[in-house]
Design a protein around this ligand. Structure first.
Ligand SMILES: *[C@@H]1O[C@H](CO)[C@@H](O)[C@H](O)[C@H]1NC(C)=O
Ligand SMILES: *[C@@H]1O[C@H](CO)[C@@H](O)[C@H](O)[C@H]1NC(C)=O
Ligand SMILES: *[C@@H]1O[C@H](CO)[C@@H](O)[C@H](O)[C@H]1NC(C)=O
Ligand SMILES: *[C@@H]1O[C@H](CO)[C@@H](O)[C@H](O)[C@H]1NC(C)=O
Length: 292
């Protein structure tokens, strides 16, 4: 009887140690940025799972620029949401983690570049058109008749540049117009000569980790390799990140990150675009490990 008691106490003691060490683990705050034509509720599963698996994590699920307003120009969203990220970062001087889904991952990346003073540690891009988009699947929600081949006529114009999608539309057959009209993607990719080029690179190279998640069954991000900075050449052959100038010339620091093992890329098949943020196993395997 006496030994039973002491054994029980022993287990209670061990259990309390475990609980204490769990509480003692201070997870960094996380900011989530939703995708185009959706809002913060689309990110609830990720948010809930983080709080379930990493108790005590402060999660900030960005509400602004939901629904139709998500089509507002990229720079406007980057400027405004960037202020939110800086304010949250200021409340957590030990650093925060940042995750963006779909268009939200491109906004997030540009925030890091536009505000290189940020204190983001790990950045996770969940199926985002980092190298641009040349596919009309989701555009058909609001432009039912839009064809890929002629969309440039709309997007490469001053009016077209008033939409977020126009800002990262990257037509491999009309690169001259892309460079002439696009106000956003060629700049944040440092393909243009801009006075901010150094800051754009610094904002990314200071990251602890950049994590790029995407896969061949995405169906919306086109080509899907854009989620990992791969893109079409002028023949519509996909050139992967390592063979593109953005990597070769280390234009925005991707090569630096890679050489120092701070660039992680995950290719997951069998996941459609609207499943990335609703699949618990994606969160567990590829996201949570970077939210320490
Ligand atoms: C940027 O522009 C300046 C002046 O137009 C030019 O001298 C310089 O070579 C350009 N740099 C790059 C990297 O293109
Ligand atoms: C188009 O693709 C072919 C075959 O891969 C290649 O030999 C050719 O150089 C490509 N052309 C351009 C402009 O990339
Ligand atoms: C990459 O760097 C090489 C060598 O400096 C240069 O010739 C080439 O134009 C650069 N490419 C781009 C796209 O900047
Ligand atoms: C969730 O993702 C995993 C891959 O991590 C896949 O095997 C599984 O089928 C997905 N589940 C659903 C419901 O899509």
């Amino acid at each position: 009887m006496k030994t039973r008691w002491s054994i029980n106490w022993f287990f209670i003691f061990i259990a309390s140690l475990c609980i204490n060490s769990n509480q003692a683990k201070n997870y960094h705050a996380v900011v989530l940025i939703h995708g185009v034509l959706t809002g913060s509720t689309s990110m609830d599963l990720i948010s809930n799972r983080i709080q379930e698996m990493h108790p005590g994590t402060q999660v900030y699920n960005i509400v602004r620029y939901a629904g139709w307003s998500s089509l507002e120009p990229m720079w406007r969203q980057v400027e405004e949401l960037g202020q939110d990220i800086l304010a949250i970062g200021a409340a957590f001087p030990e650093g925060i983690n940042l995750l963006g889904y779909s268009q939200g991952g491109l906004i997030a990346r540009a925030i890091l570049q536009r505000f290189p003073e940020h204190n983001v540690r790990n950045f996770i891009s969940l199926s985002s058109p980092q190298a641009g988009q040349y596919g009309t699947q989701f555009l058909h929600l609001f432009f039912p008749d839009l064809a890929c081949e002629t969309a440039y006529e709309l997007f490469y114009s001053s009016i077209g540049q008033h939409t977020s999608v126009g800002n990262y539309w990257n037509d491999p057959h009309h690169q001259k117009l892309y460079y002439k009209y696009s106000k956003f993607l060629p700049y944040v990719n440092n393909e243009m000569n801009s006075t901010r080029a150094k800051a754009y690179k610094d904002g990314l190279t200071k990251l602890r980790k950049m994590v790029l998640i995407g896969g061949p069954d995405d169906g919306v991000i086109t080509p899907w390799q854009s989620s990992q900075f791969g893109y079409y050449n002028s023949n519509e052959t996909v050139v992967d990140l390592y063979d593109r100038p953005i990597y070769h010339n280390d234009t925005i620091g991707l090569k630096t990150l890679d050489k120092q093992r701070r660039l992680e890329m995950y290719t997951v098949s069998g996941i459609a675009h609207f499943q990335w943020h609703t699949n618990v196993s994606i969160v567990d395997k590829y996201i949570l490990p970077y939210l320490d």
